[in-house]
Design a protein around this ligand. Structure first.
Ligand SMILES: C[S@@+](CC[C@H](N)C(=O)[O-])C[C@H]1O[C@@H](n2cnc3c(N)ncnc32)[C@H](O)[C@@H]1O
Length: 186
């Protein structure tokens, strides 16, 4: 938790918020002044087709996230943001003055590595820091090596500073949390 002290009194955007647990923690425990939970889902879809690739069926994903995260005081809000379709990102950036971006357990598929980086690069134009966490056994996150290589390349180009910390969970390299922090180099 102490690693997230940086979010206190900050406007924080969460990428790939899922059911919203990290955003709820930001809102209720970690003292963020405002939270914008983002994820992607389809709207106006055929309710008779079930999408078993997602834990929450697509037609309920956004609704579930809003139910869990949004609050009456409007400290926490939900916005649709798909890393593969960044049209909505500009309007989110003009609506909220984001200080910090966080993301937890986002990197599964190779096809997401470049779009996720493009999303981060646009957000990094304005924000202080991006903090990503990859929990659980990192050998199960197939695209994680490519993403970490990409981050190293970006750090080598000296446009960004990347700091990686690895926290072992049960004394094993396989079972750990990787924290990746990205800031702009000035
Ligand atoms: C394993 S879940 C992690 C959920 C949450 N961050 C957590 O730690 O509890 C990965 C999340 O990334 C989201 N995601 C995957 N691809 C995405 C994309 N192209 N744009 C936005 N979100 C995406 C998924 O919808 C899912 O909610």
């Amino acid at each position: 938790m102490q690693h997230l002290d940086i979010v206190r009194n900050k406007i924080v955007l969460e990428l790939g918020a899922g059911c919203g647990l990290p955003s709820v923690l930001l809102r209720d425990v970690l003292g963020a002044s405002s939270v914008v939970a983002t994820d992607f889902w389809k709207e106006n879809i055929d309710w008779t087709i079930s999408d078993e690739s997602r834990l929450i069926p697509d037609h309920w994903h956004g609704m579930n996230l809003k139910y869990n995260v949004e609050d009456i005081c409007k400290i926490a809000q939900v916005e649709m943001l798909d890393w593969h379709d960044l049209d909505s990102l500009k309007s989110i950036q003009s609506k909220y003055f984001i200080d910090v971006v966080i993301g937890s357990d986002l990197i599964y598929y190779e096809s997401d590595v470049e779009p996720l980086w493009q999303t981060l690069e646009i957000l990094l134009e304005d924000v202080e820091e991006v903090i990503l966490f990859s929990p659980l056994a990192h050998n199960l996150r197939k695209a994680l090596p490519s993403f970490r290589t990409l981050l190293k390349e970006k750090a080598d180009e000296e446009r960004y500073k990347v700091k990686e910390e690895i926290f072992q969970l049960h004394g094993s390299d396989e079972d750990c949390i990787i924290k990746m922090s990205i800031t702009k180099s000035y």
